[in-house]
Design a protein around this ligand. Structure first.
Ligand SMILES: [Zn+2]
Ligand SMILES: [Zn+2]
Length: 261
């Protein structure tokens, strides 16, 4: 069974997707599903913090969703990685026996990459360069994660005419991220949200081709759905891409990797 390994229900501050609706949407498509709720320890310290905490109680989550957990539904988390969140993340993960832990870069220097502030005083080269170097460093510091979330996250919000991560322009920095993932047994996520955009697809292919060349073998497919209609989004494209690049689609249960087919 192919799994959608990245989804957010109401335990995530920015999602109103009900668990039942998500499970139904996945089942209709014959997909397994992993809930990966947001835990961004740093978010309340950013200047855009208002009412959304991006934190939740691990034990409460586990208790509430445990009845749904089974062969086709797993319980995970997407934790935000930063210099100051390491200890908090580790203790958070003690709170429940998660199936899958995604590590993601959402905040750098206390600036949420979602907002223009991070880009305001930086050229694209500087912003993307810093993003990738932080990502490589966070992978080395947080090697306990199972999956690196959306390497192309910055492309969603970057305030530049060309938002794409062009491998040829950042080859050295991208290689450092891919090598850090491979050396620490962290699987690269193939985030499917942007794969419907032909330019995004065109620029992501060389990144994942390089991952394979450097020794990467596995990917998790993840839609990052915050609404039921986005579960499994662009999975056909993602599966074709994985097959072309000879990358094995995987999921996790009790933090152990399983092949998907
Ligand atoms: Zn994310
Ligand atoms: Zn997410």
């Amino acid at each position: 069974m192919i799994f959608d390994n990245h989804s957010h229900t109401t335990f995530s501050s920015d999602s109103e997707m009900e668990a039942e609706a998500a499970i139904e949407a996945a089942a209709r498509q014959g997909l397994g599903l992993v809930f990966t709720e947001h835990y961004d320890y740093d978010y309340i310290n950013t200047k855009h913090y208002k009412e959304m905490e991006f934190r939740f109680d691990a034990a409460g989550y586990w208790e509430k969703y445990l009845p749904y957990r089974g062969d086709s539904l797993r319980l995970g988390v997407e934790i935000g990685l930063s210099d100051i969140s390491g200890e908090a993340n580790r203790s958070f993960l003690q709170g429940a026996p998660f199936d899958l832990v995604i590590g993601s870069i959402h905040i750098i220097d206390m600036l949420d990459l979602y907002y223009p502030d991070f880009y305001a005083d930086k050229s694209k080269e500087e912003a993307f360069g810093r993003y990738l170097s932080v990502m490589a460093e966070m992978l080395r510091q947080n090697s306990y994660i199972d999956v690196l979330g959306h390497i192309d996250y910055i492309c969603r919000y970057a305030a530049y005419e060309d938002k794409e991560l062009v491998y040829g322009d950042f080859a050295g920095a991208v290689d450092e991220v891919l090598k850090a993932a491979i050396e620490n047994d962290v699987v690269m996520e193939l985030n499917t949200r942007r794969l419907g955009d032909s330019r995004a697809l065109q620029e992501l292919l060389p990144v994942y081709r390089r991952y394979r060349e450097l020794g990467g073998r596995y990917v998790t497919l993840g839609s990052d759905a915050h609404a039921a209609e986005n579960i499994g989004m662009n999975f056909r494209t993602a599966l074709e891409m994985a097959e072309e690049l000879q990358l094995q689609a995987v999921t996790f249960r009790e933090r152990k990797m399983e092949y998907c087919s």
